[in-house]
Design a protein around this ligand. Structure first.
Ligand code: GLP
Length: 241
């Protein structure tokens, strides 16, 4: 994780020196927990005035949020960000955006979210995890590279994958989410896909072997000119992807 944090730290330093810096694209999930912990620990070592400047300049948009959960719900991605990043870094929650999952009109919330990203200039550096079924954000298979920010129905495999945040009960995981589409993700300046753990080795191999397969949404990422892949030994697998 330290190598990813090195990159992030450099980009954040650059953001303080550049007016043209585009917002960060952030992800949630267990993969991100050690990353955010390492990032927080690194940034807390910054001189106070520099960290304060970073807080003032911070702008980020998360990939996704469950539909039907209030931001305060402990299993919401908003709560995840509060716990892992906003609280520990003392960020202003208004500068850390997520889709509004609690609204009565999620389609309109997805459109508003996409418009907010456009008016902020689009995403600069985008962090991504990998779903067990090859999803990125909540772009479930099958899906093409043209899909935009929208409301999606979560597959039963994804609801099972994410059940740990819902007392281990897939039935408690919301059925829908708002996610950035592959279109917005692929429009970012650079993508950083982080994959850890042996359970991801098989799907990572598929994502790397296939060039744009709707059944493996992460395979579209290969088309991005600046894709960084951060993989631990377990996810790389014995023979490598
Ligand atoms: C979740 C999120 C993704 C995340 C992925 C992997 O469902 N929507 O953005 O990257 O699945 O999650 P984890 O890191 O917990 O394996």
């Amino acid at each position: 994780m330290e190598a990813v944090v090195d990159q992030l730290e450099q980009r954040l330093l650059a953001s303080l020196q550049s007016e043209a810096f585009r917002p960060l694209g952030l992800a949630t999930g267990r993969t991100m927990e050690p990353l955010y912990a390492a990032l927080v620990s690194r940034l807390r070592d910054w001189p106070t005035d520099r960290l304060q400047l970073l807080r003032q300049h911070w702008r980020s948009f998360n990939l996704d949020e469950y539909v039907g959960l209030a931001a305060e719900h402990p299993s919401s991605f908003s709560a995840f960000m509060g716990h892992h990043l906003v609280g520990p870094l003392g960020l202003d929650p208004a500068q850390v955006s997520l889709p509004d999952g609690a609204t009565a009109d999620p389609e309109a919330a997805a459109d508003r979210y996409a418009a907010a990203i456009r008016s902020a200039g689009g995403i600069g550096l985008q962090l991504l995890g990998l779903g067990s079924n090859g999803h990125v954000g909540f772009n479930e298979p099958p899906c093409g590279p043209e899909v935009r920010c929208r409301v999606v129905r979560l597959s039963s495999s994804t609801r099972s994958q994410n059940a740990s945040a819902f007392q281990g009960r897939p039935g408690l995981v919301p059925e829908q989410a708002i996610t950035l589409g592959l279109q917005e993700i692929l429009a970012a300046d650079e993508l950083h896909l982080i994959v850890t753990g042996a359970s991801k080795a098989g799907i990572l191999r598929k994502a790397l072997d296939r060039d744009g397969d709707p059944e493996v949404p992460a395979s579209w990422l290969r088309r991005h000119p600046r894709l960084w892949l951060w993989v631990d030994d377990a996810a790389w697998g014995e023979e490598g992807p």
